[in-house]
Design a protein around this ligand. Sequence first.
Ligand SMILES: [Fe+2]
Length: 157
Amino acid sequence: MKTTNYLSLDTSATKKVSDELQNLLADLQVYYTNLRGFHWNIKGPRFFQLHEAFEEMYDVVSDQIDEVAERILMLGETPFHNFSDYLKKNEIKESGFVSSGDEALKLILDYLKILIAKERNILDLADKANDEGTIALISDYISGQEKTVWMLTSMLS
Ligand SMILES: [Fe+2]
């Protein structure tokens, strides 16, 4: 049984969408792991504020990872689940040890720039494939990330 037999989608068009969702999944996984590192290792007078903020952010990303992987399945493909695969596809790089709050915030802005650009490309591909389900999912991510960009740039100004 294949989901794509029931969705009235052109699978040659949605394959391009699911390929890009695989790339997004790889970036979200590395982003999640980097955020956990920031949550653990942050130091300084804003410790409590940033420690909490990074936890809220990685909880959101954890849900997104699951949603993107399940969207890939709905489109008839199999999501990668090994880090060795993610580390071949990721544009967001592993952060290493970061204890400075400002450095972590700037890195997060860099990551969001990568994610938002990737998601806009997915929206474009999903639009061409009439893939409303992916459009709805990814549109929500973009508006949430744009709000985070606004908050982080305000904090760093
Ligand atoms: Fe914790």
